[in-house]
Design a protein around this ligand. Structure first.
Ligand SMILES: C[S@@+](CC[C@H](N)C(=O)[O-])C[C@H]1O[C@@H](n2cnc3c(N)ncnc32)[C@H](O)[C@@H]1O
Length: 228
């Protein structure tokens, strides 16, 4: 599984995204976090090239990014310098985090939980390292909509590059979080984006419109929850 992500170092290092654009855009997790007190320590699990870690630092949070991919961590380190940010980086496995229980006030889990067959274990690890009353911000792919059909097509055609990935209905992911001792405060689904080929993005968005009308479809479901 590690090799799947190591290969992303080439793909993601070519992306010329701007952290300021992410902060100023409609990023659901960052919008929720903006108003929170900037105290304690935030964990960005599966930080990749540091997309969220950079933004968290720019918003004033003290954070640690963890990932098991050495090539991605190298880019996260370069990005730290490039963006004049201040965050710690650690190498480790999300299913067995190398941190003591109740270390963090916030855990950000962006595009992570869906890559594990044992979802419960991954969620429980988030809960273990969080202090009581701490917040977990998580996003996972939303199951019912065009995004899933598109994903299945890509997997059938051998074009899928993200390795093992499942999707969740809003009620399934919420019940898993509640079962792991969290209280769900808010949930939002973001629309399908432009993607790399804007024409394809436009078609997918149009086909997804009926699902959006009933509160489904879109891309990822974002959840803000609190550890009880
Ligand atoms: C879809 S990417 C998300 C990256 C980042 N959170 C973002 O939003 O840009 C998944 C990340 O999780 C990391 N990852 C996957 N399984 C892991 C594991 N068991 N332990 C640590 N990191 C893992 C991958 O290396 C990759 O960087």
């Amino acid at each position: 599984m590690e090799e799947v992500w190591d290969k992303h170092a080439e793909i993601w290092s070519e992306w010329n995204y701007s952290p300021d654009m992410i902060i100023e855009g409609n990023n659901i997790i960052l919008d929720w976090m903006r108003s929170l007190p900037k105290k304690g320590l935030v964990l960005d699990e599966g930080c990749g090239v540091g997309q969220y870690t950079i933004c968290l630092s720019k918003l004033g949070f003290k954070s640690v990014g963890i990932d098991f991919s050495t090539p991605l961590l190298k880019i996260a380190k370069k990005n730290r310098m490039k963006n004049r940010c201040d965050y710690e980086l650690a190498s480790g496995d999300i299913t067995n985090l190398p941190f003591k229980s109740s270390t963090f006030t916030i855990v950000v889990s962006a595009g992570i939980i869906e890559h594990f067959k044992n979802t419960e274990t991954a969620i429980q690890e988030c809960g273990r390292v969080l202090k009581s009353g701490g917040a977990l911000f998580i996003h996972v792919p939303q199951k019912i909509g065009v995004f899933t059909v598109n994903k299945l097509l890509q997997q059938l055609l051998g074009l899928w590059k993200e390795g093992y990935e499942k999707s969740f209905t809003p009620w399934k992911i919420k019940s898993l979080l509640i079962g792991a001792g969290f209280e769900v405060k808010s949930a939002k689904i973001n629309p399908i984006g432009e993607g790399r080929i804007p024409m394809v993005g436009k078609i997918l968005k149009t086909l997804d419109a009926p699902f959006r009308m009933v509160g489904l479809g879109g891309h990822h479901i974002h959840i803000y929850c609190i550890k009880k």
